[in-house]
Design a protein around this ligand. Structure first.
Ligand code: F6R
Length: 369
């Protein structure tokens, strides 16, 4: 049932192009408009929404962090993202104009369920993004957008994460479409790129052997740091989470701009630091800033592992290891940038002799608070 792979996780990483394509299927029409009939919240209600609040845990929370960039950019609606376990206990401000999005692969995560119950009690509409048909979270929500990742067996989430991102982009674009925004042209271009993105994920998967080789050489390390900016920051957090849960290594993700406010003190000779580099096109100021961050850490001895777009030559002089990813629109980059981090963590776990599909102390579905 592992389809020839040693672990479910490897199989699920390989299934990502299909999972992404399946999650898009039937949701974009020939004219490039979004047809999210499942979102039964009437367009009139969506036009009145004045705040979006995303609640989730773990990897799903990282998808939510990325969604915030897309929702705020394309819809201009303020968006907060909060760990479900923190949300309910701080008396959050919610009302019928708040759209709450609960993201959960299993649909059974107790913290997320309690957060959405609390939101509905305050009169907010809840939209679930979920991978498990008929599970509790979608049953208790006003509407649900299912991700079509198929069953995810490995405890560490991979394909579900990519499909959560796709669903978040669809929701953001749909909100933009329903409300009308000044980004109409950009939205049309992004819908086009999104409909082709599964091929790009496939292409990344075909280039992962050097990442596996690199991971094997780092199996004796104690710490790996991850840096990113903009949507690359949550990608860095996700890379660190994968490494903690699978390789049992100390791993931390940072916003690259925060380096000089503390974390740079951690940099020492030969410390592996993975840097997710934003596209040099578009918002190029982000790119320039991260190139100087890479220079700074390398000057202090870090071993830099740089994930950068094809054709980005500016990073070459500062990359001890360079991992190329396809050219994508800035906001969609997490769909391709996360893949090498999953492969990296999986290979490190294997090299350290860990049980990849069943990491110690973890359960696939966390039904206690
Ligand atoms: C990490 C991981 C967990 C889950 C989290 C939420 O690889 O799998 O962090 O993402 O427990 O689970 P769901 O999405 O089922 O609510």
């Amino acid at each position: 049932e592992k389809g020839g792979y040693d672990y479910f996780m490897l199989k699920e990483i390989a299934e990502q192009p299909k999972a992404v394509a399946d999650t898009l299927l039937g949701r974009i029409d020939a004219a490039g408009s979004l047809t999210l009939d499942e979102v039964r919240i009437p367009p009139g209600v969506l036009r009145e929404v004045d705040k979006v609040v995303i609640v989730a845990c773990g990897t799903a929370f990282h998808a939510g962090l990325i969604a915030k960039y897309a929702i705020e950019h394309w819809t201009r609606i303020p968006c907060e993202v909060e760990l479900a376990s923190e949300f309910r206990y701080r008396d959050p401000i919610l009302d019928p104009q708040t759209l709450v999005i609960a993201i959960s692969q299993s649909g059974e995560t107790m913290d997320t369920l309690m957060a959405l119950r609390h939101a509905r009690e305050q009169g907010s509409k809840v939209l679930a993004i979920c991978n498990t048909n008929g599970s509790t979270i979608p049953r208790e929500s006003d509407a649900v957008l299912y991700t079509h990742a198929g069953p995810e067996v490995a405890v560490a989430s991979t394909k579900a994460f990519l499909t959560q991102l796709v669903a978040c982009y669809l929701v953001a674009l749909y909100l933009g479409q329903v409300r009308g925004t000044k980004w109409g042209d950009e939205i049309r271009a992004v819908v086009r790129d999104l409909s082709q993105i599964s091929g790009e994920v496939e292409r990344v998967l075909g280039t992962m052997e050097p990442v596996r080789e690199l991971a094997r050489t780092l199996a004796h390390k104690n710490t790996v740091l991850f840096l990113g900016r903009h949507v690359g920051y949550p990608v860095a957090l996700e890379g660190a989470l994968k490494l903690k849960e699978l390789a049992y290594m100390h791993a931390e993700g940072f916003a690259a701009g925060e380096l000089k406010h503390g974390p740079i003190a951690l940099i020492e000779e030969d410390l592996p630091v993975v840097v997710v580099v934003p596209s040099p096109r578009g918002r190029s100021v982000l790119h320039d800033k991260i190139v100087s961050n890479i220079q700074e850490i390398r000057a202090r001895g870090a071993r830099t592992i740089v994930i950068a777009e094809e054709g980005d030559e500016a990073v070459v002089p500062y990359a001890d290891h360079l991992v190329r990813i396809p050219v994508t629109p800035t906001l969609l980059q997490p769909l391709v940038a996360t893949v090498p981090l999953q492969v990296f963590a999986c290979e490190l776990a294997t090299a350290r002799g860990n049980e990849v599909d069943q990491p110690r102390n973890l359960a696939k579905s966390v039904t206690v608070e």
